[in-house]
Design a protein around this ligand. Structure first.
Ligand SMILES: C[S@@+](CC[C@H](N)C(=O)[O-])C[C@H]1O[C@@H](n2cnc3c(N)ncnc32)[C@H](O)[C@@H]1O
Length: 351
């Protein structure tokens, strides 16, 4: 279950406009209502390194890096079933494993894992010591990446990527929504948005999204005044559909089609289809917004150390140039591209 820090009120509205500019560390995550100045901008998002996408070739940019380390859960499932795990099953394992980390009380788990490690030394059994040390390393890494750095949710980076678009009461479609974080951040910035989240893993609706903390403050905008406002999950207009993206039968109804960590899970043969998912439900003038994990040494290390949590599915790490080239070749004009802490981000429109 999600913790409810004692100092926060139970009604889930613990922060007000007076807290804007503040950041605080909770046992499970960081709350970050800091804005940043134009000067600081490059610390959070580095944008628009490519001037003319038509001049870029695969020879110049190279191919994405494929993460090969797989979770133990996947390996034993495949041995037992004597077949390759299908993507839908793989996602159900992933979502469960990932959610278990978001709800950890990190400081107390850090403490516990260190004690267990010291205890294991007394056993003089190398396997036990190795296992206990692995637990210490993983929780330390999670603490740093998710809690200290806030690299997974990265609200400042995401706001920098989303801001300044021509959107008024937008209809937002979030493909592969999981807990829905980015659509909520986007909707906080563009008031009176209607979000449609889609994920074929029911657990995402019933647990990942349902248990996303109601007291988490999103920095958004007050529609009445245009001034910054603290926005909570229950103030947002969200429909959550549990279905395969391939079954959706919307028309061109959406101002934004969003995905976060979807494209990189499909080998090249499927990428045109995935790009098409981002185009077919967009209104004319609408934006497709995508992010994918960056190919950087620390990310490669993260996916190796956290393999049991993260690696149930096919996964690539790519550069923003590679990501942009997939989208450009599949009929999108790139409007904004860059990278934030651990992801690349692109805002694009169908050509
Ligand atoms: C890597 S996750 C997105 C990352 C997310 N921000 C998180 O925290 O887990 C991708 C999501 O897409 C969903 N998904 C993948 N293929 C899908 C499909 N064909 N239809 C619907 N959902 C899909 C998975 O169930 C998973 O929850």
């Amino acid at each position: 279950m999600l913790l409810h820090p004692k100092e926060l009120s139970q009604n889930g509205r613990s922060f007000t406009e007076e807290d804007i500019g503040e950041t605080r560390l909770f046992p499970q995550f960081r709350m970050d209502l800091r804005k940043f100045s134009e000067k600081e901008y490059n610390r959070f998002v580095t944008v628009n390194t490519v001037r003319d996408w038509s001049q870029l070739s695969w020879k110049q940019v190279g191919r994405p890096y494929e993460v090969r380390a797989q979770s133990n859960e996947r390996r034993s499932w495949e041995q037992e079933q004597n077949r390759e795990m299908d993507p839908h099953t793989a996602w159900t394992f992933f979502n469960k494993a990932f959610h278990e980390w978001f709800v950890k009380d990190v400081p107390s788990e850090l403490d516990h894992s260190k004690k267990q490690f010291i205890k294991s030394l007394g056993s003089l059994k190398p396997a036990e010591i190795k296992h206990a040390l692995g637990d210490v390393v993983r929780i330390q890494l999670w603490n740093y990446v998710h809690r200290i750095q806030d690299g997974i949710w990265d609200p400042r980076g995401k706001r920098a990527l989303f801001e300044g678009l021509s959107l008024h009461k937008p209809k937002i479609l979030f493909l592969g929504a999981a807990e829905g974080y980015e659509a909520m951040q986007l909707a906080a910035i563009y008031p009176r948005a209607h979000i449609v989240m889609v994920d074929y893993d029911e657990y995402c609706k019933t647990t990942r999204f349902a248990e996303f903390p109601g007291y988490y403050p999103f920095l958004g905008e007050n529609p009445a005044t245009g001034q910054p406002k603290v926005v909570y999950k229950d103030e947002l207009n969200v429909d959550y559909i549990v279905d395969d993206i391939r079954n959706l039968d919307f028309g061109k109804d959406f101002d934004v089609v969003l995905s976060v960590g979807l494209l990189e899970h499909f080998p090249d043969a499927y990428k045109p289809e995935v790009c098409d998912w981002h185009r077919k439900f967009l209104k004319s003038g609408g934006y497709a917004i995508l992010t994918t994990p960056r190919n950087q040494i620390r990310s490669r290390l993260y996916y190796k150390i956290m393999a049991d949590v993260m690696n149930h599915t096919y996964r690539e790490l790519m550069t923003v140039e590679q990501m942009g080239l997939y989208l450009y070749e599949n009929g999108f004009d790139i409007k904004r591209h860059g990278y934030i802490k651990v992801h690349n981000g692109i805002v694009c429109q169908p050509r």
